[in-house]
Design a protein around this ligand. Structure first.
Ligand code: FAD
Length: 299
């Protein structure tokens, strides 16, 4: 694909220019693991021409240069707009600042500004650091013409006892300079519709991209949902109970469930769909093919 470079755009311009957008996500190699399998997955995912590609940031920031390298490859070699994630809690302000410089030097214009999870051992870096994502948003905003995304939680963030409070904190983050939001995964679309209603009522008007997780491993998702507090609808639980131990059946059912969720979202006016593709091009490709007349060139 080298040579077919596309114009790199701000995510907000992409969202404004299309009826519905479809984006993918990759995670860079962990420290000490090889680059090649990730690059292969990224190349295959990009050959699907997603509207943009998210590149996650390793918790703790220890693999920050891998995020920048992969995001730069996505954008500069493959011609797909990259959204580089950046967390701040486990790094000093100085470290965060140098990653922003590195992103800028690599032509990355879209950053998902995140706090990151609180480390299990509770140890935070020695030196000045940011406490919440809204502070990072302000810092990125002051550093140049970036398009800044933020995370949001349709079921509330696990650390926040009341959703109203979480939404109040979200408003502060958006007012600090967030241009768009991407949601945590959810398996019941009504959860998203209720959330959208509540945030719009509180004056949060930026675009919200719906994060969809195709579930292809039953056991893993139950654990992830317990940790993230994501609601598992009975219909979804039945699928995991029945097919969770049969990887091929679970994969097929997970693709079908994600496809159905996306069709309902698009039918109800959601314009941004983000698939947590988790370095799995075959799953992304199957979902995209299922949606060929619903999202994309045929819509
Ligand atoms: P914040 O917006 O700072 O919120 C964190 C908590 O603090 C919330 O409970 C909020 O209500 C509260 N809060 C915020 N502001 C205030 C305030 N002023 N006063 C009091 N309380 C406040 N993690 C990674 O390590 N790498 C990734 O690449 C990554 N990508 C993600 C992508 C998406 C779309 C999502 C949804 C999450 C991602 N995460 C990632 C996980 C994320 O880092 C965690 O969920 C983290 O716990 C919260 O990050 P945040 O940016 O939402 O934090």
């Amino acid at each position: 694909m080298k040579g077919e470079l596309l114009e790199i755009m701000k995510i907000t311009d992409i969202l404004n220019s299309k009826k519905v957008t479809l984006s993918y996500e990759v995670f860079p190699p962990k420290a000490g693991t090889p680059f090649e399998p990730v690059i292969n997955a990224v190349d295959k995912l990009c050959s699907d021409k997603p509207d943009f590609m998210s590149v996650t940031y390793g918790a703790g920031g220890g693999t920050s240069s891998n995020t920048v390298k992969i995001a730069s490859h996505v954008q500069n070699d493959l011609g797909v707009t990259a959204l580089a994630h950046l967390t701040c809690l486990s790094s000093t302000r100085e470290q965060v600042s140098s990653v922003i410089d590195e992103m800028k030097a690599n032509g990355i214009e879209n950053i998902l500004a995140l706090r990151g999870d609180i480390p299990k051992d509770g140890n935070l870096p020695v030196g000045e650091h940011y406490t919440y994502a809204y502070e990072l948003v302000k810092e990125i905003k002051s550093r140049g013409d970036f398009c800044i995304g933020g995370a949001c939680y349709p079921e509330g963030h696990t650390e926040c006892a009341h959703q109203d409070e979480d939404i109040k904190n979200l408003k502060l983050k958006v007012d600090s300079g967030v241009d768009f939001l991407t949601t945590q995964m959810f398996f019941d679309n009504n959860v998203l519709y209720n959330f959208l209603y509540k945030i719009r009522e509180q004056g949060i008007t930026v675009p919200v991209i719906a994060g969809i997780m195709p579930v292809t491993n039953g056991k893993q998702i139950e654990r992830i949902c317990q940790l993230s507090g994501t609601y598992l609808p009975t219909r979804f639980k039945a699928i995991v109970d029945k097919f969770g131990d049969n990887p091929e059946a679970m994969k097929q059912a997970g693709i079908a469930y994600a496809t159905e969720q996306i069709i309902d979202l698009v039918a109800n006016g959601v314009k941004g769909i983000h698939i947590y593709t988790m370095n799995k091009p075959d799953i992304a490709d199957s979902i995209k093919r299922n949606l060929s007349y619903i999202i994309g060139d045929n819509q």
